[in-house]
Design a protein around this ligand. Structure first.
Ligand code: ASN
Length: 301
């Protein structure tokens, strides 16, 4: 194996260890992921999504989906009485092959998915700002050989990060604002108010707006995390599922729980490989994987 590949893998390993320790230190309970389930994240409507279909298998007469994200399970876990949870979860998103060259898309990746009962977006921002700053210091201190092999000089990261809305970035950079805004920044930043899935909470004080957010890496590495305060009102969830043209029968077990009252929460998720790409300075996110899962590239092993 080439030194470069080894360095990517060692950096990813260091990131996983730091991440796991960080969430445990911050009083989160780590849950195991599910890979097959009766319900999964619809990943839409999201104008940015290019997932062509949901992976499914038939098993003993049940149609089971491959996990696209664990968001619905996170809400159920919080309803079960857990207050702070995180999961390192494999996600399968069958992306269109046009995503091959984006540098940031994989059709199989791992997501660090976390959720906090009764939290607001500010709580998530503070948590992630501490996480990112601490991780950069840690990687610099413990992985200088690997960073040097890759010629990567990590930026110093310090919160609080700047906050923009999708509307102001679209006005400044046009509809494909993400890359331009990322290239123009030396620090990660938050972007508020995205039109997306039913489980993200609508802003009750501003109809048509949403209490959700992305974290964007600087230097052209683009989206790091997406998250939100969650919709917990059953009738609003039903209304939105209908408005989004989703098949209600695909969410039965989730809706059965939601009917009995979900607990308000906020959280988010970030891709391990994208974080590793940012830390290592890799030009494509597939480069940090030992077993590449890039849309449009054939799977070798
Ligand atoms: N994990 C994200 C969240 O918590 C959802 C996603 O990955 N689509 O909002």
């Amino acid at each position: 194996m080439k030194d470069q590949k080894k360095s990517y893998l060692k950096l990813t390993s260091g990131i996983l260890r730091y991440t796991t320790d960080f969430f445990h230190r911050s009083n989160f309970t780590q849950l195991m992921p599910v890979i097959l389930s009766s319900v999964t994240d619809p990943l839409g409507p999201d104008p940015g999504s290019t997932v062509i279909k949901t992976g499914e298998i038939e098993y003993l007469g049940q149609r089971l989906s491959l996990t696209q994200s664990m968001i619905l399970h996170k809400q159920i876990a919080i309803k079960e009485g857990l207050e702070r949870i995180f999961i390192i979860s494999p996600n399968v998103r069958l992306e269109h092959p046009m995503r091959r060259e984006s540098g940031k898309h994989l059709f199989e990746f791992s997501q660090v998915d976390f959720e906090i009962a009764h939290a607001k977006q500010e709580d998530v921002f503070a948590l992630m700002e501490g996480f990112m700053a601490g991780l950069m210091t840690h990687m610099d201190a413990h992985y200088s050989d690997e960073l040097e092999t890759l010629g990567r000089k990590l930026p110093r990261i310090e919160g609080p990060f700047k906050i923009y809305s999708t509307y102001e970035l679209a006005e400044k950079y046009g509809p494909d604002w993400e890359m331009q805004a990322s290239l123009g920044s030396s620090q990660p930043f938050w972007v508020l108010d995205h039109k997306r899935e039913f489980y993200d909470k609508d802003d009750p004080s501003r109809p048509g707006h949403h209490l959700n957010y992305d974290l964007v890496y600087p230097e052209g590495y683009c989206e790091a995390l997406s998250g939100a305060e969650r919709e917990h009102n059953f009738s609003l969830i039903m209304e939105k599922i209908e408005k989004h043209g989703l098949d209600k029968s695909r969410y039965g077990p989730y809706l059965d729980v939601a009917k009995t009252g979900l607990v308000p929460s906020a959280g988010g998720g970030f891709g391990v490989e994208r974080l590793s790409r940012f830390v290592s300075g890799a030009s494509h996110v597939g480069d940090v994987q030992l077993f590449r899962r890039v849309p449009g590239e054939p799977v070798v092993v």
